[in-house]
Design a protein around this ligand. Structure first.
Ligand SMILES: *Cc1c(COP(=O)(O)O)cnc(C)c1O
Length: 401
């Protein structure tokens, strides 16, 4: 069947296109005035005093670990239900990733985190999976008690709010906040610049480290100190990276950020339609949410009740595509199942049975503002029809009619 509903389509409008053209015509293509404007707007939006535009979320996580001097001999705790980048960056700095299991909502479980802390643990990287905020108060409490850093993987979480505050703002009422938050503007994310990201912090010293490491380890202080030498002079004070965002990307980001509230409202409305139509279908379980927070609804992660179905997840995905013309995806293949993590997966500290049990049940349904309400209803009804047609039949015991 022809594709009726693709898994994803970005929402990029005239405003983004016109701004990119103006930037090209301005003659300033790389990091410059538009990136400064995007950073300022982003700081205001998430209520964080420092924001650094970078070329990916992966870069942001890597920079944060490096700026916090996390390295060989150190352990960093994260979730197995994430994109491989979250774990790769821990390995990039030479530290050892340790996996804590997920709770019923699919997010990292603070109880499991507590059980995995050793004298070598230096940081926790929670991931707000699908845009659903992690129980941050419990994570911040653990971090304070054990003197750990917290770096939030906010790849799915732009627009999400935890207990009334934007993800990235921390919790001003308790005084807790994370060391850094890293956002993704990859093509499929809620806000896109094609490729791109942002890293925010509340710590001024960390902000200058992040900035220095982002651009070759070049010290701006030295630049200012020796400004009598002219604007050609610079000093490299450490081995940095090349992670800056260009003004072409920022031109897109500035306009995407202005639309993010609208995008989030549409996503929330569509998630509600899925919940309403699928809420009473016994063969599936609707995506988790929490009352005290605002879900960013980056993903709608449906769960199949495999015990009630005579098909598995792969068959469900094939029927959705071949018979209904609907694209779906899976988030995520647990980290321990990837060959690169094989040796670590066998270690008892990386034992995460909940994540492995949840994985075969997960199917992400299309969810993006460029969908129509009719398409959302079409997808939900398709799921319902497949669920009913694939209902497991039970034999009546005792030879009844
Ligand atoms: C997309 C994603 C990333 C990586 O984002 P990039 O901007 O592509 O580097 C990291 N973590 C999670 C959970 C993601 O989904």
């Amino acid at each position: 069947m022809a594709l009726q509903v693709p898994y994803h389509k970005p929402s990029v409008g005239r405003e983004e296109i016109d701004e990119v053209v103006r930037t090209l015509e301005s003659g300033w293509l790389t990091t410059g005035p538009r990136t400064a404007e995007f950073e300022k707007d982003f700081r205001q939006y998430v209520s964080a005093p420092h924001a650094l535009a970078i070329n990916s979320c992966t870069a942001g996580l890597h920079l944060a670990l490096a700026a916090l001097n996390i390295g060989p001999g150190d352990e960093v705790i994260t979730t197995p239900l994430t994109f491989c980048a979250t774990v790769n960056v821990i390995m990039h700095v030479g530290a050892t990733p340790v996996l804590a299991d997920v709770g019923a909502d699919g997010n990292i479980d603070p109880v499991s985190v507590a059980a995995k802390i050793t004298e070598r643990t230096r940081a926790i990287i929670p991931v707000h999976l699908a845009g659903l905020p992690v129980n941050m108060n419990a994570i911040w409490e653990l971090a304070r008690r054990n003197r750990l850093h917290v770096i939030e993987d906010c790849a799915h979480a732009i627009g999400a709010m935890y207990q009334g505050y934007q993800i990235g703002a921390g919790n001003p009422s308790t005084g807790y906040y994370s060391d850094a938050c890293a956002y993704s503007f990859y093509a499929t994310k809620n806000l896109t610049t094609g490729e791109g990201g942002m890293v925010t912090t509340h710590d001024e010293n960390l902000a200058s480290s992040l900035k220095r490491l982002c651009l070759h380890g070049i010290s701006k202080d030295a630049w200012n100190r020796y400004s009598d030498k002219g604007n050609w002079f610079y000093e490299v004070v450490e081995s940095g990276f090349k992670y800056n965002m260009s003004d072409l990307q920022s031109s897109v980001g500035i306009h995407q950020l202005r639309k993010i509230e609208q995008f989030t409202e549409t996503r929330t409305r569509y998630a509600k339609i899925y919940n309403e139509i699928l809420g009473d279908v016994a063969e599936v379980e609707t995506a988790p949410d929490r009352d005290d927070s605002r879900h960013a609804w980056h993903l709608y992660m449906l769960r199949l009740n495999l015990g009630k179905l005579n098909i598995d997840r792969a068959e469900f995905i094939n029927i959705m595509r071949d018979e209904k013309g609907i694209g779906t995806s899976v988030h995520f293949i647990p980290i321990q199942l990837h060959p690169f993590f094989g040796a670590y997966a066998k270690r008892p500290e990386n034992h995460c049975p909940n994540s492995l049990e949840l994985y075969p049940r997960l199917v992400s349904l299309p969810l993006y503002p460029a969908m129509s309400e009719g398409q959302v209803e079409y997808v939900a009804n398709a799921v319902k029809e497949i669920a009913h047609a694939s209902r497991k039949q039970y034999m009546a015991v005792g030879g009844g009619a």
